[in-house]
Each structure stands twice: as C-alpha cells, then as structure tokens.
Design a protein around this ligand. Structure first.
Ligand SMILES: [Zn+2]
Length: 303
C-alpha cells in the first residue's frame, strides 16, 4: 500500500503556503533541552521542544544530498527562537554579501522548518489561527525560505542574488538562484531513513512521500532524537550554535570534559555557553586554537 496522500508537485507555488508571521520575537533563549518523550506528547509550546530530533533530521538530509543545507548562524544575523538557519551554500553566500553591503544585522524569524517541527504545528493546528500545511509540504520545508524583518529594506541588497520576495506574504523570501533545490521530498525521506535505521522491525517505505504510516511513526519518535543518530558513523563537528546542538555526542563530550576536571555542572547533552567555555579552556591547556569548535583535532585530545 502506498503511503502517499499528498501533493507531490515540485512547484513551490502549487503548494500550501502558510501565511508567515510578521510578529517577531527575539528572545535570548535559555539553554533548553528537548522534551523527554514522544513527539505526539510534546507540550504545546515552542517547536524547539523537538530540537534533538530536528538536528538529526537536518544532518540526515545532508547525507542524502551532500552539502544541501549549511548553517548561516555565523553571519551577522539575529535568529528567532526556533529557526533553523539552514540554506544552500549559494543562498548563504548571497545573504552574506547583502549583509556586508547593507552593514546591518539581518533579523530572521523563520527559516528551515524540520519535519518534526511541522508535525508539532500540524498536531497543534486546532489552536492555531492560521492554516497549517501537512508535514513535508510547507514552503518552509524546501530549505529555500526565510521570513525576515524589514524585507522592503533588504530587497535592494538582495536584488539579483537569487533571493526573491513572495507576493502577498510580507516577511517571506525564497531562494531561486544557482544551486536551489527544493528539499521537501528529502525532508520526509530523511525521517523515513532515520526511523528505519532505528526500527528495522517496523520498516516504512523511504519514498519521501507523506502519508498516515509516516505520520504515525513520526508521532511515536522521541523528541530528543533517536538512539542511533545519523552522525554515529561520521562524528559531527560540535560547537556553540543556534539552535544549541543537542544529543548523546554532546553528552559524551561533556562527560569527558568533566572527567578531565573541567567545569561542567551537568552533562545534559546540550552544547551551551558552559560547554563552550570548558572546550576553550581545554583547548588552551593543550595548546590548540581555543575556538570552542570540537573537530577532529580537539576530539583526538579529549578522547
Ligand atoms: Zn515564510
């Protein structure tokens, strides 16, 4: 039986376009771990309660399409609480140039939305005044969409770079330039693959199509992420980022730092400012570049 019930068109314009929010809340969010339970039981709150799972999903997409999504959190940007600042490399380059030319901070309220985040919004749709697209079909799942503040002010700086405004949706821009690839299918497929890796006895078709089976599995997935993470084979680079990195790899790092006498209060699996400080201190002690980035060199020393 096919698990497909959804529109599978490749055209952004054909799909459900949710009205994007113009109200922006930029809070200094306290380090916060994901909800310790299943997606379906997640408390109605901010979609960052599925941060652990969301990070695994983004990583898995890059295993399907190498370098499809890169973080732009290192640019001069201010990010909304639950926004995953991921776009294709060429789209990031265009943003970087626009920010340099204009010389002000780009405020981004919404960017890539993971399948787990959209699942929550979909589950909570009764309490939402706006329509919510089925997971995998929202334009914010293409990996090409941003909601920005002061779009009119930014457009002259983005002109010709591939970033285009969406008419009738005031904060929204889409990247349609070189290297633009709509990742909605991969957004679903990444989940299906991760699920299968963790549930070989309850295999679902990894066809990238949304349907009741995929929905049921996603709702029964741990908000903190699966036990078998996509980076288990090839460790991810750990660093202070927004949203905060979270997972068992972070917890292991914290435990090692703690064992080496560095100040880690709780090994909670969330790479916050305390972990960043401890890593830098460790790097300094070892004569490494104290950048807080745990790549292969620092990992070797910590092991
Ligand atoms: Zn939008």
């Amino acid at each position: 039986m096919s698990d497909s019930i959804s529109n599978t068109s490749d055209q952004l314009d054909d799909l459900v376009v949710e009205p994007c929010l113009e109200i922006h809340e930029f809070e200094e969010s306290a380090p916060r771990a994901s909800f310790n339970g299943l997606v379906k039981d997640a408390p109605t709150a901010n979609t960052s309660v599925v941060n652990g799972l969301s990070q695994q999903l983004i990583y898995q997409i890059n295993l399907i399409v190498p370098n499809a999504l890169v973080s732009f959190d290192d640019l001069d940007v201010e990010l909304g609480d639950a926004a995953y600042p991921f776009v294709p490399p060429a789209a990031k380059q265009a943003l970087q140039e626009a920010i340099q030319r204009r010389g002000v901070t780009l405020k981004v309220n919404s960017a890539y939305r993971t399948l787990a985040q959209q699942m929550l919004l979909f589950n909570w749709r009764a309490s939402n005044s706006n329509p919510v697209a089925a997971p995998g079909t929202s334009n914010h799942q293409s990996g090409l969409a941003l909601d920005i503040e002061d779009r009119a002010g930014w457009l002259p700086f983005l002109q010709g770079s591939g970033w285009q405004p969406l008419p009738n949706d005031k904060p929204h821009i889409d990247y349609r330039g070189a290297g633009a690839k709509d990742l909605r299918k991969e957004t679903i497929q990444a989940f299906q693959q991760l699920w299968n890796k963790n549930h070989p006895s309850e295999y679902i078709k990894d066809d990238g199509l949304w349907g009741p089976k995929t929905e049921s599995c996603l709702n029964r997935s741990p908000a903190m992420g699966f036990d078998i993470a996509p980076w288990d084979d090839k460790p991810r680079i750990l660093r202070l980022s927004k949203p905060l990195m979270e997972g068992s790899d972070v917890r292991k790092l914290q435990e090692k730092l703690k064992a080496k006498g560095l100040a880690i209060s709780v090994a909670d699996g969330v790479f916050g400012s305390g972990t960043d400080k401890a890593v830098k201190e460790f790097q300094q002690n070892k004569g490494l570049v104290a950048d807080g980035i745990v790549g292969s060199k620092t990992s070797e020393q910590i092991a």
